[in-house]
Design a protein around this ligand. Structure first.
Ligand code: SF4
Ligand code: SF4
Length: 447
C-alpha cells in the first residue's frame, strides 16, 4: 500500500500543535536521545557495580525486567517500529556515521542467493543476529548475570559503531540490529501504525525501498528526517486489522517469513522442546553446549516442521513453493508473539511488576515500596488462562491469517483448503504439544 492509499480509520495526530512540534522538531528527538543514551550507559554502569543478584541489580532489571519486557514487546506489538524513535543505539549510529567512510553496505537485494528454492537477501542477516542476541541473553546467562551485561551491550555498541564508521545510511539499523528484522515482522501485526499520509519528497535517510515518508510499518528507523524537513505534512495514527498487512504486503520477502519462524522456534518451541532437551542432556555434557544445542534444535525444528507442512501444502494445492513459504511463514508470527505477550509481559508483570518498579525507582534515588506482584492464586489463574485460552487464541489468529493467505494464493475454495490444511494442522498440533509441555511441568510460562 502506498502512502496515498491510507485507510479510512485514521486520525491526524499532528493537528495538535504540541504533537506536531514533537514529531517535526529534530531538537526534540535529540533531547529525547540524549536522555535515552544517558540512561543506557547508566544502566550498563549500574549492572557492572551493583549487586550480583539480578533481581536487585538496577542494570539487569532496567534491561530485562523493564526494557525488553514489557516496554519493547508492548511497543512492538501495538505501535510497530516506534521504538526506533527512542533507541539509544539508533542515536549512536546516526551520530557515528557522520565521521565514517560512508560506503554502500553490500546489498544482495538485486542478486539474491537461492537456498532450498528460496531467494534470500541480506535481510536474512537480521535473523542470524536475533538468534545470536537471544542466545547471549539466555544461554550465556546475560539476563541473569549482571556482571555479563556490560560485555553484552558494549559488544553490540562496538558492532554498531564499527558498521557505522564504514557504511552509510544507518546500515546497522537496516541489516545488522538484532531487533530490526523482528520489528519488520511484528509491525505487520500491530493494530496501530504511525505514518505520514503522503510522500514528502524528502529522500529517505536509509533509502530503503525508496521510501520517503515516515511509517512505523516498514523498515523506517524513525530518524524523523522526512518529518522535520516537511513539517507541514500530516502524521496519522492509523487503525487496521492486526496481521492484515501480512496478507496484503506489496513486497513480500522470504527473509521476513524466516524471521517469523525463528521467533516461533526461539520462544515458544524453545521453552518446551528446548527445556525437554535440556532435561535429557544435562549433566552429560558442558551446560553451555547443552543449552545451545537445545536452543538451536528448537529453531531448526520449527523451520523443518514448517518446511514439511509447506511442501505438502504446495504440492497438494499447486501453489508455488516460494510464495507459499513467504506468505504462510508470516502467518506463524502470532504463535510466537502471543507467547511473548502472555509469558514475558503479562506473567512477568503479575509475578514481579511491583518489584521491578521498586528497583528502578530506588536506583534513581526514589524510595518506593510497592507489593512485589500479584498473589500466587492470581498468577496461577493466569497460567490456567494461558494454556486453556491464550495459546488457542494465538492459533485462531494465525489460522485466520493463514486462511486469508490461502484464499489470496489460490483461485478456488477447494485449492485454498488444500493449501491451508497442512499449516493449520501444524499450528494446532504444535500448540497442543506446548500446552502438554506446560501442564506436565516440562516448562513454565513465567518470564
Ligand atoms: S533498527 Fe535497531 S538500532 Fe536502529 S533504531 Fe531501531 S532498534 Fe535501534
Ligand atoms: S522514512 Fe523518514 S523517518 Fe523513516 S527512515 Fe526514512 S527519512 Fe527517516
Amino acid at each position: 500500500m502506498t502512502a496515498d492509499q491510507s485507510p479510512d480509520r485514521s486520525i491526524s495526530i499532528t493537528n495538535n500543535r504540541i504533537v506536531r512540534f514533537l514529531f517535526t522538531s529534530k531538537r526534540v528527538q535529540h533531547a529525547v536521545n540524549l536522555v535515552t543514551v544517558a540512561v543506557f550507559f547508566y544502566a550498563i554502569y549500574r549492572a557492572a557495580v551493583g549487586p550480583t543478584d539480578p533481581s536487585r541489580n538496577f542494570g539487569s532489571v532496567a534491561f530485562f525486567g523493564f526494557w525488553w519486557a514489557p516496554i519493547m514487546i508492548l511497543s512492538l506489538l501495538f505501535f510497530g517500529r516506534i521504538w526506533c524513535y527512542f533507541c539509544p543505539l539508533g542515536a549512536i549510529v546516526r551520530f557515528t556515521q557522520r565521521f565514517g567512510l560512508r560506503r554502500h553496505f553490500p546489498m544482495y537485494t538485486q542478486s539474491k542467493r537461492t537456498v532450498f528454492g528460496l531467494q534470500l537477501s541480506i535481510l536474512s542477516l537480521t535473523a542470524v543476529t536475533f538468534i545470536l542476541a537471544r542466545w547471549g541473553m539466555a544461554d550465556l546467562g546475560v539476563s541473569y548475570s549482571p556482571g555479563r551485561v556490560p560485555y553484552y551491550w558494549l559488544a553490540i555498541v562496538g558492532v554498531a559503531v564499527a558498521v557505522s564508521l564504514v557504511y552509510q545510511r544507518q546500515a546497522f539499523c537496516r541489516y545488522v540490529c538484532p531487533a530490526t528484522g523482528v520489528m519488520s515482522v511484528t509491525a505487520k501485526f500491530s493494530p496501530l501504525e504511525v505514518a505520514q499520509n503522503r510522500e514528502t519528497g524528502v529522500t529517505c535517510a536509509t533509502l530503503e525501498y525508496k521510501s520517503d515518508y515516515l511509517s512505523t510499518d516498514r523498515r523506517c528507523t524513525a530518524c524523523m528526517k522526512c518529518t522535520s524537513q516537511q513539517p507541514d505534512e500530516d502524521v496519522e495514527l492509523r487503525f487496521r486489522w492486526p496481521g492484515a498487512k501480512a496478507v496484503t504486503e506489496r513486497i513480500p520477502l522470504v527473509d521476513e517469513a524466516i524471521i517469523a519462524l525463528v521467533i516461533w522456534g526461539s520462544i515458544p518451541i524453545n521453552f518446551v522442546l528446548g527445556s525437554a532437551i535440556l532435561t535429557a542432556l544435562s549433566g552429560r555434557f558442558p551446560s553451555l553446549l547443552v543449552s545451545t544445542t537445545a536452543y538451536l534444535a528448537s529453531v531448526i525444528a520449527a523451520l523443518v516442521a514448517f518446511a514439511a507442512a509447506n511442501k505438502l501444502a504446495s504440492a497438494w494445492s499447486g501453489v508455488d513453493w516460494e510464495p507459499s513459504f513467504t506468505k504462510f511463514g508470516l502467518s506463524y508470527a502470532p504463535l510466537g508473539l502471543m507467547w511473548a505477550l502472555g509469558d514475558f509481559v503479562i506473567a512477568g508483570l503479575l509475578e514481579n511488576g511491583g518489584h521491578t518498579v521498586n528497583v528502578l525507582a530506588q536506583g534513581l534515588g526514589i524510595p518506593l515500596s510497592l507489593p512485589a506482584g500479584a498473589s500466587p492464586s492470581v498468577v496461577s489463574a493466569w497460567v490456567s488462562v494461558f494454556v486453556t485460552g491464550w495459546l488457542w487464541l494465538a492459533v485462531l489468529w494465525s489460522g485466520a491469517i493463514a486462511w486469508q493467505v490461502a484464499t489470496v494464493l489460490t483461485d478456488s475454495k477447494r485449492r485454498a483448503l488444500k493449501a491451508f490444511a497442512p499449516h493449520f494442522a501444524l499450528m494446532t498440533t504444535s500448540t497442543f504439544g506446548l500446552v502438554v509441555g506446560v501442564v506436565t511441568g516440562v516448562s513454565y510460562p513465567i518470564a
